[in-house]
Design a protein around this ligand. Structure first.
Ligand code: AMP
Ligand code: MG
Length: 432
């Protein structure tokens, strides 16, 4: 049974399946060890943010009404610096008065604005003096009211959020030195092909080194998973089958190579023998047309720690369903199809809401000629001074050209009905 679907249908199919998976167990880690991990519990504000009316300028805390006419002279009755607490009654602002205030300090009682020091003039020592204010201010100016950013108990970071440096800062600001995160999904990476040898081997004249297992492992890590590289499977049914069975014990299986129409492209056949369910067996894109997506309830021991495993009441393990992607072996196809299709599944298994693909537009620098029929994702270089973005194809020799992808920083997306795009046209780009 083969089904070749459009890019959009393929992507939606993956997203639909991804929305039904469950992440793994929860672990608690030190805050910085949580970088790149997915939160399993939301992070709440432990108090109001800011916790007091916080000055955002150096200057004087004042009553705006006192500055209806400027210049005005106010009596300076004190000073608050960041870290000081202006005790009401001891340090407050009455009519005609001002309190010297520094950025980050709490606004004293009675004040309703801060006037910037640049708009004032004070001669001699501060206490007991008057300050000349040359500009008026509106109520509420130059301070952030208590609780304006967040109220105590308010959700600051949601469960399912991947921790980046901003999330780390938020967690630190509420005193979360340990955070609850989901276990990373273990993603088996299985390269296939008689010609493929490990990178530390000396390749024979017709052999090539395995780069796909490494690019995939790196991409899996970037997407929030933990890659597990399996041995290289030769183009031989028996060995391929036992490695696929091993791979199906993980949270997700990524295969590369062996999904095209060649006589020795056995991946689909072996998966079919294992009663796999296929959701699609190709998409109308280039590179990456032969990609296969499915799942398999393999007759394998269930991993107790797998997100899918659920022991039944009889104590017998429930069927264990593992999703798999058979990615084409050409290195560029492997990398592109992982980003386009496998990434949302990895993200969902990691506990995230998958990232949408982000397309932008830029002006094409030089004409592109291609063939109709497939949606193309062609490695391209986006450049240009300041706001004048322009894009052109990276020079490349086809789907095996890894160096071309290294030079590229985006993909130009060409719709299936276009065979020529002129210089100066706006084209869609996929940015990563
Ligand atoms: P296949 O999809 O098996 O027909 O392979 C397509 C092309 O990708 C062939 O030129 C393979 O030699 C190459 N290829 C397959 N697997 C790998 C791999 N793991 N690393 C690098 N290149 C590969
Ligand atoms: Mg092959």
């Amino acid at each position: 049974m083969s089904s070749v679907v459009s890019f959009e249908v393929a992507r939606h199919l993956v997203e639909r399946h991804a929305s039904g998976v469950r992440p793994g167990e929860i672990e608690t880690v030190d805050l910085l060890a949580g970088l790149g991990r997915v939160l399993a519990a939301g992070i709440l504000a432990d108090r109001d943010f800011p916790p007091f009316d916080r000055a955002t300028r150096d200057g004087y805390a004042v009553r705006a009404a006192d500055l209806a006419e400027v210049p005005a002279w106010l009596e300076v009755v004190g000073e608050v610096k960041a870290g000081d607490w202006p005790e009401p009654g001891v340090c407050s602002v009455g009519p005609g008065q001002a309190v010297g205030i520094m950025t980050g300090a709490p606004l004293p009682a009675g004040a309703d604005a801060v006037v910037m020091v640049e708009h004032t003039l004070l001669a001699g020592p501060l206490a007991g003096r008057s300050v000349e204010v040359r500009r008026n201010v509106s109520r509420g100016e130059n301070f952030v009211p208590r609780g304006a950013e967040a109220r105590a108990g308010q959700l600051l970071l949601d469960r399912g959020r991947r921790l980046e440096h901003t999330g780390i800062a938020i967690a630190a600001s509420v005193g979360k030195s340990r955070v609850q995160v989901f276990r990373k999904p273990r993603v088996a990476v299985l390269s296939t092909g008689d010609e493929v040898v490990e990178m530390d081997a000396t390749p024979g004249p017709a052999q090539i080194r395995n780069s796909n297992s490494y690019s995939l492992a790196a991409q899996v890590q970037n997407a929030g998973g933990e890659p597990v590289r399996l041995a290289i499977a030769p183009d031989n049914r028996g060995q391929l089958r036992s490695l696929i069975e091993e791979g199906l014990k993980y949270d997700l299986l990524l295969l590369t190579g062996g999904v095209s129409m060649g006589k020795y492209d056995l991946v689909e056949q072996v998966l079919a023998e294992l009663n796999a369910e296929f959701y699609f067996t190709g998409t109308e894109i280039q590179p990456g047309k032969p990609i296969v997506f499915g799942s398999c309830s393999a007759d394998t021991p269930v991993r107790v720690d797998s997100g899918f495993a659920a022991p039944t009441r009889t104590g017998v393990s429930a069927p264990h369903k593992t999703y798999f992607f058979g990615l084409p072996g050409n290195p560029v196809s492997t990398m592109v199809t992982l980003e386009l299709f496998a990434r949302p599944m990895i993200e969902a298994l990691a506990g995230m809401t998958p990232h949408p693909l982000i397309f932008v537009r830029a002006r094409l620098k030089s004409e592109i000629r291609t063939k109709t029929g497939l949606k193309r994702f062609l490695p391209a270089v986006l450049s240009g001074e300041f706001e004048n973005a322009e894009v052109e194809l990276a020079r490349w020799q086809g789907s095996g050209d890894i160096a071309a992808l290294e030079r590229a920083n985006c993909y130009i997306v060409i719709p299936p009905d276009r065979e020529r795009i002129d210089a100066g046209e706006w084209v869609a780009l996929l940015i990563q």
